[in-house]
Design a protein around this ligand. Structure first.
Ligand code: TUI
Length: 321
């Protein structure tokens, strides 16, 4: 417990080793500042926005917290080059990346004094980026919401932790202290949570989106885009039924992109959870109430502490559990 707190806490200047997921359209200055003020690392998501939009969000966040926070750059964004250039000027404490290989940006970001923490979904990319100067890695299993890789968190974390000589932060399927403690047991030094923070009081996502997360059951997510090479985990709705049927009929990647354009924004901003993409992790079934970001963080680490103090002691004493 003290170890995992010190490693990531010391590296990032935060009190608890927890990062908020960089959820496109959702992770804004309100949520990011609340998480950072609560002792974790808040993130602004660049999503598919342009550099000016992200710069404004970053400046608003600076006005709301004096704690470190980060920016997540989704590498499928056509504005990624310009966003990275802007970030090298603005110098947020941390940049995380997702949905691709950030190798070509590493030198510029590191040169600007920014800590770089790429999201990886495989050992191969983890090892390459650790060699290339990544300060830590977020290893994300396919239980996560949004764009996902192939491996589960249970299989991915220990393999990345063994192979990469930098601290590993676990993501995908973590929703409470039990999940966080399990991730630490697998070798993670920190955790990243998205779905649980979706229902934070300071999260500005539409009420209908929050409501759907709060009502979700364990089996309510599905994955769109497997057939076109960009798998995305979302809650099942009319849109997913239609798109999965079209995918099984052989929809082309271009037709898929066209059909999906604007669907995340529709769910997040307009509350259209029937036709929109309600991105969510598999852990949504565990998320049952709205709390402030600080309450969420404190509750999770209270639970972790209780687990460490009870079960670790029993196992250590060699008695049957
Ligand atoms: O990036 C995410 N999650 C996201 S991004 C997003 S926005 C979006 N909207 C529509 C289509 C696609 C994206 C919604 N959710 N998570 C981080 C993540 N990165 N998960 C998996 C990966 C990943 C996968 C493969 C990272 C690197 C990678 O390697 C590719 C390579 O080039 O080796």
């Amino acid at each position: 417990m003290t170890d995992c707190r010190e490693d990531i806490g010391g590296l990032l200047g935060i009190s608890y080793p927890i990062i908020q997921g960089g959820m496109a359209w959702i992770a804004d200055s309100s949520l990011a500042s609340a998480v950072s003020n609560g002792g974790g690392l808040g993130l602004i998501a660049a999503g598919s926005a342009d550099a000016d939009f992200v710069r404004e969000a970053l400046r608003r966040t600076r006005a709301l917290t004096d704690k470190p926070f980060g920016v997540n750059v989704m590498l499928l964004n056509p504005h990624a080059d310009a966003i990275i250039e802007m970030l090298c000027e603005e110098k947020p404490a941390v940049v995380t990346t997702g949905a691709g290989n950030p190798g070509k940006y590493m030198a510029a970001l590191k040169g600007a004094g920014i800590k770089v923490i790429p999201v990886v979904a495989s050992v191969a990319l983890a090892v390459r980026l650790a060699r290339n100067g990544a300060d830590a890695l977020i290893a994300e299993g396919q239980e996560a919401g949004g764009h996902i890789g192939e491996l589960t968190t249970m299989a991915l974390i220990p393999q990345v932790a063994d192979a990469a000589p930098v601290p590993v932060i676990a993501a995908g399927g973590i929703g409470d202290g039990r999940g966080a403690a399990a991730a630490f047991m697998l070798g993670a030094k920190g955790v990243q949570l998205g779905t649980r923070f979706l229902v934070a009081r300071e999260c500005t996502v539409s009420g209908a989106y929050k409501e759907m997360i709060l009502k979700a059951k364990d089996t309510d997510t599905t994955v769109t885009g497997r057939s076109t090479g960009h798998p995305v985990r979302v809650l099942k709705n009319r849109m997913t039924r239609e798109i999965l049927s079209l995918e099984s009929d052989g929809l082309s990647p271009e037709e898929f992109e066209q059909r999906m354009a604007g669907t995340l924004r529709a769910a997040v901003k307009d509350g259209d959870v029937t036709h929109g993409s309600v991105m969510s992790g598999q852990i949504a079934g565990l998320v049952k109430r709205e709390q402030t970001a600080a309450e969420i963080i404190e509750e999770i680490f209270r639970e972790v502490k209780e687990i460490y103090e009870s079960r670790a002691f029993i196992c250590g004493a060699g008695r049957p559990v």
